[in-house]
Design a protein around this ligand. Structure first.
Ligand SMILES: *Cc1c(COP(=O)(O)O)cnc(C)c1O
Length: 499
């Protein structure tokens, strides 16, 4: 299996190179040159396997330059009982006869990013070895919360790597900050940056795009890399859980082999839902993919009109991991729908860069509406969904998952479709305790409660156990209390790497 760039058809590489490079040099994203297919018989067989064996069946189709043994090693390092709370890894929860949650948050940081970031370091290390890379890999991350912690947990103590995470001192929640500054591991560094997320992100981008600095690091034996969600090594592991869910539904006799299901995905960067599209193209029987957005509903408008227009006010919402106006992975979908026409992709992406918008042709638009349905909701609707589901079903959703549920209800009202539907549940409600509690008990004043008190109250309210990864933060030592100026980020990297 070879990989091509969405912006340059001549740049063919193997999967190891695509994963090591992350982004193609001209700015395009790597995609496999063809999509492997599974027969119905092969999908049925998955029902007899555990999560890891299912993962190997899917990953080996794309990682053809890895040996089967190597694929298995990566999978087993990532998905095991030390890292995940459940042996199922990604269990389903049945809400009612036709609606299920796919719980993707039983990993070490309680959000779905673990599903990819637990395995990416192992894929990356093997990819570096295969491509003859002999330097130590330095992962640089700027984070607004979830990604930084998930990357730290994924890369901690992985030989041959170091990870440096910058977070803005204004703008991450107390729990998120505690999760990062207490991070364990010998190869990890965490630093606050005076400023907001953009300052941290611009600083990291500047370091990445400075060729002189890259040469300087190279002489010292380091090479920079990113754990960003546009890396194929992050997208690929996400395809697995859609097959796994379908296999579980068959195994539990909720569906018959070949039955179609719908999937709802609360969406930000379009990574998770794109993985679902790949699963569908590989032969998984999916009727509709429902793209759920919060008030930053640029994707909803795009799917309805064919016009992608980021010229709008950025809103801070209660589902912050979906507060995104440029959904990078959409480029991969467009490339597939526009018959792999890199010239067309370049034109659209240039227009996005210069005018902040582009419009796709009618053939592409029709293909989008054939597969996708889209909707959005605001914070008040999100909170209503949390409260209603809790009252009716005694199940407590986090704010991101609630956006998914809310848009699913819109879909059913609009279409009357009774197809069994799986909603991707992307975070533990404990990760967003404050908002979840204010949805459950709008009249209580929780402003004086500490982050740990909120965990406790939510546990009593929901009857759910506090995830140990969050509850135990109380007893952890703060290892990284330092703050730097945004101008000094490069110097900080140099100093940390000398230590
Ligand atoms: C990152 C994230 C999302 C959005 O996923 P994309 O792949 O960026 O679309 C949704 N929910 C949570 C909790 C997340 O952390």
């Amino acid at each position: 299996m070879q990989y091509e760039s969405t912006r340059n058809p001549d740049s063919l590489v193997e999967s190891a190179m695509a994963i090591k490079m992350g982004l193609s040099p001209e700015g395009g994203l790597f995609v496999p040159t063809s999509i492997p297919k599974l027969t119905q018989g092969e999908i049925m067989k998955l029902a007899e396997l555990g999560y890891n064996a299912r993962a190997v069946e899917i990953l080996k189709l794309y990682l053809t330059d890895f040996s089967l043994e190597e694929v298995k090693e990566c999978v087993d390092h990532a998905y095991n009982k030390d890292k995940f709370e459940t042996v199922n890894i990604a269990p389903i929860y049945q809400l009612h006869e036709q609606c299920y949650f796919l719980e993707l948050w039983h990993g070490p940081t309680c959000a779905f990013k673990d599903m990819a970031l637990q395995i990416l370091p192992h894929l990356l290390i093997k990819s570096a070895q295969k491509t003859g890379e002999d330097k130590e890999i330095v992962i640089l991350v700027a984070t607004s919360g979830d990604t930084g912690k998930a990357a730290l947990e994924g890369f901690k103590n992985v030989p041959g790597t170091r990870i440096i995470v910058f977070y803005p001192n204004e703008g991450v929640s107390d729990i998120q900050k505690l999760q990062m500054v207490t991070q364990e591991g010998d190869n990890v560094h965490v630093m606050a940056v005076k400023g907001n997320f953009d300052d941290a992100q611009n600083g990291v981008k500047k370091i990445f795009t400075d060729p002189l600095y890259a040469a300087e690091l190279s002489e010292k034996g380091f090479v920079l890399s990113s754990a960003n969600s546009i890396n194929w090594g992050r997208l690929l592991p996400q395809i697995v859980y859609y097959f796994s869910t379908y296999a579980d539904l068959m195994k539990n006799e909720e569906i018959n082999p070949g039955d179609k299901i719908n999937v709802v995905v609360p969406t930000g960067n379009f990574g998770n839902i794109l993985a679902c599209y790949y699963a569908k193209e590989m032969g998984l029987p999916i009727h509709k993919m429902i793209c759920a957005s919060n008030e930053n509903n640029v994707l909803t408008d795009f799917i309805h009109t064919g016009i992608y227009d980021r010229n709008r006010t950025f809103k801070l919402t209660a589902s912050p991991s979906m507060d995104i106006l440029i959904s990078s992975n959409l480029e991969r979908l467009l490339f597939l729908l526009a018959n792999r026409d890199a010239t067309q992709i370049n034109a659209w992406m240039d227009s996005l860069k210069t005018a902040g918008k582009y419009e796709v042709d009618s053939a592409t638009k029709e293909k989008i509406t054939a597969s996708f349905w889209a909707g959005s909701c605001d914070d008040a609707q999100t909170f209503d969904a949390i409260r209603q589901v809790s009252e009716q079903f005694s199940y407590v959703m986090d704010t991101h998952t609630a956006v998914g549920k809310c848009v699913y209800d819109q879909y059913v009202t609009a279409t009357g479709d009774k197809t069994k539907t799986v909603i991707a549940s992307t975070a533990s409600p404990f990760k967003f305790s404050q908002d979840v509690l204010s949805a459950l008990q709008p009249d209580e004043d929780l402003s004086q409660s500490s982050a740990f008190e909120l965990l406790q109250i939510l546990s009593e309210q929901s009857g759910m156990r506090i995830p140990p990864a969050l509850g135990d933060l109380r007893n952890k030592t703060v290892r990284f209390g330092e703050t730097c100026e945004k101008e000094d980020m490069q110097a900080v990297v140099s100093t940390l790497l000398e230590g």
